[in-house]
Design a protein around this ligand. Structure first.
Ligand code: SF4
Length: 323
């Protein structure tokens, strides 16, 4: 790990074992995934892939919700799994904030949304005075284009999905995070409002220096918002590089197929549509050799026998026997 890394994931692996006896099966949900984020330069890194690619599992591992089976995750040089003391956990939770998929599940329907914001300020930052809490909440709401007046006394059911996701984001920002881990944050939001939420990530990066791990199956918003992209297939990062490199001239056959599904942007760069990809076959996870061999138009004999290694090609990493 370089001293300049804020987050460093090395050979991250997560294996789930289900059933018992003869029906026991092993699923490698994340397979030796490695990537890092710089501490000096905020960036938006997208983890992209179809349903079941392992991207959500990676987010849970980074947030410390689950422990890796092997491999390491270092945040500012410390092993995330070793942060066990209450104060260490609290500091980590302050700095690394999740943004969840469904904002309606983030909030209790029986509590007004402003209560959440005030409580977050009190619990994480220990602000005792009402005026102090109010100033902090106002500031966080302003960062997402809302005001306390607009949300005060309102219940989640009185807000749109887009508004509620903004409030959820404001709640994350109250702790002044350095990293947001956003798992499909716009998939439950009206298509017309998606770009406004995704744009907030760019603004937060540029204006507040917040880095974002953006997890999505939607390559359109990924192209629009990311600096780098890691394309995941059955737990493996098969191609990673700048978003322009990977999505404009993809090298991995799987990325090439994904790219064909990306809609054309309109003149204002406002992407429309969403990529819905085919259902996974669980057996692809446990396939010998390359996990894409069953669907790859370029498959070769070696692909069915040996797992390809990740290689540095043309400024990006590619995991494929073609290279
Ligand atoms: Fe296709 Fe072989 Fe490359 Fe896998 S390793 S993507 S099967 S060419």
């Amino acid at each position: 790990m370089k001293a300049s890394n804020m987050l460093y994931c090395n050979e991250l692996t997560k294996v789930y074992v289900t059933g018992g006896g003869f029906s026991r099966s092993r699923l490698v949900a994340v397979n030796k995934a490695s990537f890092s984020l710089s501490a000096q330069r905020p960036e938006i890194l997208t983890l992209a892939g179809e349903s079941g690619s392992g991207k959500t599992t990676v987010s849970k591992l980074i947030l410390g919700f689950e422990e890796p089976t092997s491999g390491t995750i270092l945040y500012k040089g410390r092993l995330v799994s070793s942060l066990r003391k209450r104060q260490e956990r609290l500091n980590f939770m302050r700095e690394v904030q999740p943004v969840f998929q469904n904002p309606f599940e983030t909030f209790n329907p029986l509590r007004t949304v402003d209560r959440y914001l005030f409580d977050t300020e009190a619990n994480f930052n220990g602000t005792a005075s009402r005026l102090g809490r109010q100033a902090a909440v106002e500031e966080a709401l302003e960062m997402v284009g809302l005001s306390l007046q607009e949300v005060k006394g309102r219940y989640p059911s009185e807000m749109s999905g887009g508004q509620l996701q903004r409030i959820s984001l404001a709640r994350s920002l109250i702790t002044h995070p350095t990293l947001l881990v956003a798992d499909e944050p716009v998939s439950m939001i009206d298509a017309s409002l998606r770009m406004s939420v995704v744009n907030l990530f760019r603004e937060l990066k540029q204006q507040s220096g917040v880095s974002v791990i953006y997890i999505t199956h939607d390559l359109a918003t990924a192209y629009y918002v990311s600096d780098r992209i890691a394309v995941m297939l059955r737990g493996c990062i098969v191609e990673m590089g700048t978003v322009e490199q990977v999505l404009e001239t993809p090298l991995h056959p799987y990325t090439q197929i994904l790219k064909e599904s990306v809609p054309v942007p309109d003149p204002d760069n406002q992407w429309e549509g969403e990529i819905e990809l085919t259902d996974l076959e669980v057996r692809e996870y446990n396939r010998r050799g390359c996990r894409f061999a069953g669907r790859c138009p370029e498959v070769m004999e070696i692909c069915r026998k040996a797992e390809p290694l990740s290689k540095a090609i043309a400024g990006r990493s590619v995991m494929c026997h073609l290279y």
